[in-house]
Design a protein around this ligand. Sequence first.
Ligand SMILES: Cc1ncc(COP(=O)(O)O)c(C=O)c1O
Length: 413
Amino acid sequence: MNALAKSLGDAPGLSPRELQSQIQSALPAQGKARDLHLPLANYASVDALIAELKPTEPIFSISAAKLREAAQSFQTFPGRALYAVKCNPHPFVLETLFRAGITDFDVASLDEVRLIDGMFGTAAGQFFNNPAKTRPAIRIASEMHKIRFYTADCFEEIDKIIQETGDREDLVIAVRLATRGADARYVLSTKFGAQPNEATKMLRYIEQRKIKAGISFHVGSQCLAASAFANAVELAGAVADKAGISLSVLNVGGGFPAPYPGDDIVDREHYFGNVFRGMQEIGLPRGCIVLCEPGRGLVATAGTTIVQVVMRRDRNLFLNDGVFGTLQELGHPKERRPVRVVRDGVRTPGRNVDFKIYGPTCDSNDVLGAPFNLPEDIREGDWIEIGMMGAYSLSMRTHFNGFFADHVVSVGN
Ligand SMILES: Cc1ncc(COP(=O)(O)O)c(C=O)c1O
């Protein structure tokens, strides 16, 4: 049985703090992850990589040190942090996070379930938090991978989970609650999430079936207002109160922002403080497990895309990667990243100007939403290092037009 599910069963009488520490020690000890030591070519720095490879295809580099730093930053979260695999499922990322103490994963598909099980076996906890799952995916996740944590945002999905898992006593179903999305760049509550009145009924429905009930939400990705977390926790508390049920799990989701240029964000502690403030306001029942499931907040700073200028036409640059590759998110006009030009030789001193950036495919949509501010004399053959690309980059690539950025390396320690 999944250790978290077991701790829930054993929970009566334990305070949330005692329970959290019980979980912290129980889960990693449950099994031993396979010693993977994934082979990934390593370079001292991006400059060293470019000097050695002079790459004409895009390269994606991952910094293990930055991943460890991000994992460390979640140690003060007032609960347990899972990693949302969808954000960057590269095995090097997963293994590095796992070794840094992020041993639980939010999974959205059977492929993600199999990936995590294949890499870590029972040493990892898995939470199947996609609110719309196929029946075979639930059945296989339950029977073969022993997943006990599921999320739903409608009665039909709750029934489906119960039918396909066989209504087991260790099952936990969280109701995904819609939250106000105004503070986030990517609002997720327009697709998933029950309104408070419906969520109230669903919680009762779950508890009437003697299944442990929880609430989850996602305030939206790249959430720029820390107070959104306190508000959402308070809403969750009000819904649980109205339902008259005792919450077994409160999952505050992802949304913790990355420090992209132009985004004025407060530090992570402030976000955690808001979660904690909300928890205190609503007075969580004893034994309720508090979770978060960041993606971007754990991996954004650890990835870099290294591209080459294929063609310059006036103030337009055509690169060898674009929105159908690792730069998908940069199609959004508010998305900015730190950029730096690397040239083989001496650059003439000059000012920086804005360039419109196009990707390599023939589609007119293959254009970035915001310009890059780069040296005026940039030319064909120059390389551009695009930083903070760890999130929703590798996982969003397509093979469109025959382009596929698939050269992944690590930089630094
Ligand atoms: C259910 C769920 N959890 C977590 C995440 C990760 O969110 P973020 O990358 O904003 O932290 C997502 C992103 O789509 C999600 O859908």
